[in-house]
Design a binder for this molecule. Structure first.
Ligand code: KIV
Ligand code: ZN
Length: 519
């Protein structure tokens, strides 16, 4: 079944196409495991996302499996698989989305002169032929076919119209005109859609779609301008993750449309109270922290600090608040429980936070919660989320932290004694360093020799207070592959060791997958 947009009352329904699991996962270090992808897809489906782009099936067996499994489990959303304009890609995408109640093949080819000359090395006529053949092939496999003109915003309008006409003639039901390199301005992007829709004779047979990258910080502005130009599908990602500077952020587009309905006659089917949960889930799955001042879902998005603002807020929230925290699902951080809290209370807290665990996972997380409550006076929602993340991320780890002690202080060198377990075998090492973190990482290096380079080391406090858990993010790059991982603990050095070991586990899991694929 192909998708059309509808009008309810005076508002046009805008389709939300989420590409967190494809364009989002494509950014360096954002790799997610199958379980993480399934959890994200389930929440997107529940939230009312119309189309979930679940991956790029030809890219790897892992990608194929993820798209196929998400397709099997999808309840409401259309599940899309990406394919280059290559017959084998399209066949693989068709196979992956076959089990979806509603599957879509999303195929793309470059159209700009610079891509044609240097990347494709094809003439304009040759590319039009490719479009006709590949879109027709996709249409033979599924009824719902999206075609994208890669680098549309740097393509001459005459040639762009010719390509769009050909794609629709060959059976495309959605036409996406991406600002692939984040170069367009809002007025240019609006005009491109208006012009293509006016000039292409069969334009009324397809839904037009926007897809904006954020290189100049204009992704959301361009997205909204594209809607003004007549597009009715928005491609976006949770937290705006994606290639380079990212994609348009789903939560920003949805809340802009909702909050400024007075100037934008649109509506989406998104349940906005799930936006905060989706942001946290994606941040945890990718290990990409959300910047504090990020619109809608940043930690400070609803925090009022200055005296004048606080005074206004106390008198009437509308003085400084254009949307309520509740409308994006932001509950006030609540004090949870302490060391006397029992299993039933803990289980009900997990339910409240939307965290689902198997019995084994529950047992493990509950024990860790008890251990934390022994060391920390107040255990907050964020602490529990960090425990659950850690449990999910480390369930299949080969390398585990057993113990760590560090001598630190003004008189260096600092010294770490580290005990870890690798495939069930315990090994110990002592190492010096230029500072305690360096000493810990040197000890890890000695125990698990590797070539990966540390690209990022970041610490932040999960909650407030001097006994807050530290959450450390570590990004390691090994050749072409880079992974990000997190570790949390009231002791910053222990959190650092956990994060580094978790990144090594991720690298080793990825290497094993590649090895299995090669065999
Ligand atoms: O940015 C882009 O052009 C893309 C296409 C694959 C749609 O992500
Ligand atoms: Zn993109």
């Amino acid at each position: 079944m192909s998708m059309t947009t509808t009008t309810s009352g005076a508002r046009d329904r805008v389709l939300i196409f989420d590409t967190t699991l494809r364009d989002g996962e494509q950014c360096p270090g954002a790799t997610m495991t199958l379980d993480e992808k399934l959890a994200v897809a389930e929440l997107l489906d529940t939230m009312g996302v119309d189309i979930i782009e679940a991956g790029f099936p030809i890219a790897s067996n892992g990608d194929f499996e993820a798209v196929a499994e998400i397709a099997r489990r999808s309840k409401r959303a259309v599940i899309a698989g990406l394919a280059r304009a290559i017959p084998a890609d399209i066949a693989r995408a068709g196979e992956a989305v076959r089990h979806a109640q509603r599957g879509r093949i999303h195929t793309f080819v470059s159209t700009s002169p610079i891509h044609l000359a240097h990347q494709m090395r094809k003439s304009e006529d040759e590319v039009v032929e490719i479009i006709l053949k590949t879109v027709a092939q996709a249409r033979d496999l599924v009824e719902d076919v999206e075609w994208s003109a890669m680098d549309a915003t740097r393509t001459g309008i005459d040639y762009l119209c010719r390509c769009v006409e050909a794609a629709i003639r060959a059976g495309a039901t959605t036409i996406n005109l991406p600002d692939t390199v984040g170069y367009a301005t809002p007025s240019e992007y609006r005009a491109m859609f208006a012009s293509v829709r006016e000039r292409v004779p069969n334009a009324d047979k397809a839904v037009f779609s926007v897809h904006c990258h954020n290189d100049l910080g204009l992704a959301v502005a361009n997205t909204l301008a594209g809607l003004e130009g007549g597009a009715r599908q928005v491609e976006c990602t949770i937290n705006g993750i994606g290639e380079r500077a990212g994609n348009a952020a789903l939560e920003e587009v949805v809340m802009a449309i909702r909050t400024r309905g007075d100037v934008m006659p649109f509506e989406t089917g998104i349940e906005s109270t799930l936006l905060t949960r989706a942001s946290k889930l994606v941040s945890h799955a990718t290990n990409f922290p959300v910047q504090f001042n990020k619109a809608i879902v940043g930690r400070n998005a609803f925090a009022h600090e200055s005296g004048i603002h606080q005074d206004g807020m106390l008198k009437n929230a509308e003085t400084y608040e254009i949307m309520t925290p509740a409308s994006v699902g932001l509950a006030k951080t609540s004090l949870v429980m302490g060391k006397h809290s029992g299993r039933a209370a803990f289980r009900s807290k997990l339910g409240e936070l939307g965290l689902q665990l198997t019995d084994n996972q529950f047992q493990d997380v509950f024990e860790r919660f008890k251990a934390l409550a022994d060391r920390k006076k107040h255990v907050y929602d964020e602490d529990i989320e960090a425990l659950v993340d850690e449990n999910l991320a480390t369930a299949h780890d080969r390398i585990r932290l057993v113990s760590l002690s560090v001598i630190a202080g003004t008189h260096g060198p600092q010294r770490a004694t580290l005990k870890i377990m690798v495939d069930g075998r315990t090994i110990t090492e002592e190492a010096d360093g230029n500072g305690p973190v360096d000493a810990v990482f040197n000890a890890i290096h000695a125990l698990v020799p590797h070539e990966a380079v540390l690209e990022l080391y970041q610490v932040h406090a999960v909650t407030e207070g001097t006994d807050a858990q530290a959450e450390v993010s570590v990004r390691l790059k090994d050749g072409e592959r880079s992974v990000t991982a997190r570790g949390a603990d009231p002791d910053t050095l222990v959190a650092s060791a956990k994060a580094y070991l978790s990144a090594l586990n991720k690298l080793s899991a990825a290497a094993r997958r590649l090895h299995a694929q090669a065999i």
